[in-house]
Design a protein around this ligand. Structure first.
Ligand SMILES: Nc1ncnc2c1ncn2[C@@H]1O[C@H](COP(=O)(O)OP(=O)(O)O)[C@@H](O)[C@H]1O
Ligand SMILES: [Mg+2]
Length: 355
């Protein structure tokens, strides 16, 4: 077919033909003396001014010999949040049980790692010898499923405790396969509580009333909140001393955070003055992308010391643990993911001293 049959394409075809039929004259190989010298590109990974940097000497200086993990040392390791990584004390086994610190995992955004953090932080704290209770406070029952409990098979759940005064916590709480780790499971019934609680007197204090008698029996109680800022979440915040906010390290992570901090401020003001943000946790961090590091930088700019030094990296191990119904600390005890949750446990325990 002849190209010229397509009207409007003549100039393109003409150009292509020109390129083929009339090649440009060859360029001279040597650069003309007037052109500026080509900048030297530093080898990959080195700073632009590497040429002016002092050359390494064979003798080691005091700085070279300083321990890498000394927080005051000059070569102290910079962590994924861009700040020096402190050495966290290894939690010692407790000498007595309770009263429990109650900590809510809260972010009204779904899929940010609330449930994963509740299960794995809980299991990592239980490993230190502390008695831990996980409260599934999401009608989807993901924390229950993640610990191998089928929500639709439950006869009694946290819903019954909230709505029926004659049910006691020991009728609902179940042990898990992990030592020192108990579960107060939930299922879809809980979604009805959100509506039914509206009629109750002191409706925001309902969960606190349920938890009061079991506070002396545990060292740490973690509440897995639903992805909303409704009455259930307000109940969780009213019953807690602390909040951990998991944030997925992605572009929209900070969106909606103002609404969350506003809700926290209102609960502190009107319902629970002892509520504090224990920390902001970066989750699903992918250190290979500059994007994830930028997001984390912005979170540190906004929340400074409240951001945990520990960051949870993205790994397929977490979806796998849901399938097997156990925490990462028992499913893959020596994995990086298990280590990260143990580090988080150290940070949380250091920030919330017992008692
Ligand atoms: N660090 C991680 N790396 C990879 N996947 C993760 C990680 N943390 C959580 N996930 C997965 O992301 C999904 C959402 O996590 P989840 O903890 O259920 O969030 P939320 O409770 O906030 O909705 C789940 O499928 C979970 O297995
Ligand atoms: Mg969840």
């Amino acid at each position: 077919m002849n190209e010229s049959t397509f009207p409007g394409t003549e100039h393109v075809m003409g150009h292509l033909q020109d390129r083929h039929s009339a090649p440009e004259p060859a360029q001279p190989i040597s650069t003309p003396p007037s052109s500026p010298p080509r900048p030297v590109t530093p080898p990959r990974g080195l700073p632009d001014n590497y040429a002016e940097m002092p050359k390494p000497t064979a003798k080691l200086t005091a700085e070279d010999l300083a321990p890498v993990n000394d927080p005051n040392g000059p070569r102290h390791k910079i962590g994924p949040t861009g700040r020096p990584q402190p050495d966290l004390p290894v939690p010692q086994p407790p000498t007595k049980t309770g009263p429990a610190q109650v900590i809510a995992m809260c972010n009204q955004k779904g899929g940010v790692g609330k449930t994963t953090t509740t299960i794995n932080l809980g299991a990592a704290i239980a490993e230190t010898g502390r008695k831990v209770l996980l409260i599934d406070f999401d009608p989807q029952g993901s924390a229950s499923i993640g610990l191998g409990v089928q929500p639709h098979d439950l006869e009694l759940s946290v819903y019954n405790l909230l709505m029926q005064r004659d049910i006691t916590p020991d009728e609902v709480i179940q042990p898990t396969r992990v030592e020192n780790l108990d579960l107060m499971p939930a299922n879809i019934d809980l979604s009805a509580a959100e509506v039914q609680l509206v009629q109750e007197v002191a409706r925001e204090y309902t969960l606190q009333r349920v938890l009061d008698p079991i506070i002396p029996l545990y060292d740490v109680i973690l509440i897995d909140c639903a992805p909303s800022l409704g009455l259930l979440t307000v109940n969780a915040l009213t019953a807690s001393n602390g909040i951990v906010v998991p944030l997925e390290c992605e572009f929209f992570a900070l969106r909606g955070l103002a609404m969350l901090t506003d809700t926290i401020a209102k609960v502190q003001d009107r319902l629970n003055p002892k509520l504090e943000i224990v920390g902001i946790l970066g989750t699903m961090f992918d250190g290979r992308t500059t994007h994830a590091r930028e997001v984390l930088d912005r979170v540190v700019q906004a929340f400074d010391e409240r951001v945990f030094h520990t960051v949870i990296r993205r790994t397929v191990k977490f979806p796998e643990t849901t399938v097997v119904g156990e925490p990462i600390t028992t499913y893959a005890p020596s994995s990086q993911a298990a280590t990260q949750y143990r580090d988080l446990a150290k940070e949380v325990l250091a920030r919330c001293p017992a008692g």
